[in-house]
Ligand binder design. Structure first.
Ligand code: UTP
Length: 325
């Protein structure tokens, strides 16, 4: 079965990291965001992916082709006109009414895809959230979706739509997006997938929901770091690093050089990085980065970046109180 993965976006909320790398290639818990997604899709039997690329798309394309052997088709979306438009661009690559699984490229998830991909009805992944005002939500009658509401002011439902969509028959989705585009129906300046799905529901198509037990957003620095922490949960290091203390869970790339350091908990240390005389916790350190003489917490250090602190030399008298900056 085919999956459509839109990853054309610029990732503005993750700047400066996305100036030189596409969001989906940012490392979280030891592999790029899109690597986590691909591993789950392939485990569920997806054998073909249509990836909508745009901003720094050649890097995504190269990484996927180097790391996976399933069939890929890359579709270039040069104008970011919205998710519905991105999906619409895949139309020439879709055969007749074939089933489709759509997943946003920045959404790492845990869900029972085996049963989802057998659903006879279109079905959307949802997760219960405490504050639905920040999300698109699905109002259901307990079984089928009655309505989709974008960022509701009043709490009409706490089932947030998380970016996983299965359509056993894709024809009506494309026909509906055709209608949005022909009539220039945009919301907040973009062709929205939610608008297309809502029109399909209004047209009488049955949509259900499926539960997504884990939904790990990677769209902002703080969510990237909390996702890193969650995904590292069961990681343990077996390698011995003389003169270092490793506080699991951590991910340390095999060829990283670590000396006189305390690493962890919740630290991802990228390939070929050099960490000496440093303390790093709750952080992501990119590949070939250098971190020397410094303590980092809740930090993201990009690939090839270098951070060097100064060891302090002081002579402190009895009863002194000093706070170092
Ligand atoms: P987002 O709007 O959350 O991601 O779109 P973004 O644009 O990359 O990030 P910000 O908002 O600038 O920080 C969700 C997903 O849909 C894709 C994005 O690449 C992302 O994976 N998308 C969105 C497209 O491929 N094309 C579009 O026109 C819009």
């Amino acid at each position: 079965m085919k999956a459509i993965i839109p990853v054309a976006g610029v990732g503005t909320r993750l700047r400066p990291h996305t100036f030189s790398q596409p969001k989906v290639l940012l490392n979280v818990a030891g592999k790029p965001i899109i690597g986590h997604i691909m591993d789950k899709l392939i485990a569920a039997g997806i054998d073909e992916a249509i990836v909508i690329v745009g901003y720094l798309g050649n890097m995504v394309e190269e990484w996927l082709l180097t790391h996976y052997t399933i069939k890929f088709t890359f579709v270039y979306q040069s104008d970011l006109l919205g998710l519905a438009h991105a999906i619409w661009m895949c139309k020439p690559n879709i055969i007749d009414n074939e089933p489709l699984f759509i997943i946003l490229g920045d959404t790492i998830f845990d869900a029972d895809l085996d049963s989802v991909l057998k659903s006879p009805f279109s079905t959307l992944g949802v997760k219960k959230v405490d504050d639905p005002r920040r999300f698109g939500v699905a109002i259901t009658d307990g079984n089928k979706i009655l309505k989709l509401v974008e960022k509701p002011d009043t709490p009409v439902s706490n089932l947030a739509i998380v970016g996983l969509y299965f359509l056993p028959q894709s024809k009506s989705l494309f026909a509906t997006i055709d209608h949005l585009i022909d009539n220039k129906i945009k919301t907040k300046g973009e062709y929205q997938l939610t608008d297309a799905l809502q029109l399909m529901i209004e047209g009488g198509e049955k949509f259900t929901t499926f539960p997504v037990s884990g939904w790990y957003d990677c769209g902002k620095p703080d969510t990237l770091l909390s996702t890193n922490k969650i995904l590292l949960q069961n990681n343990t290091t077996t390698k011995d690093y003389p003169s270092c203390i490793i506080v699991d869970p951590v991910f340390i790339a095999d060829n990283a050089i670590i000396k006189n350091a305390i690493i962890g908990p919740n630290a991802t240390i990228g390939e070929d990085s050099v960490i000496t005389d440093a303390i790093i916790r709750d952080s992501i350190i990119g590949s070939e980065a250098k971190v020397i003489h410094i303590m980092l917490s809740h930090s993201i250090v990009g690939s090839n970046a270098s951070i060097t602190g100064n060891p302090h030399e002081i002579s402190v008298g009895d009863y002194s109180e000093i706070q170092m900056g």
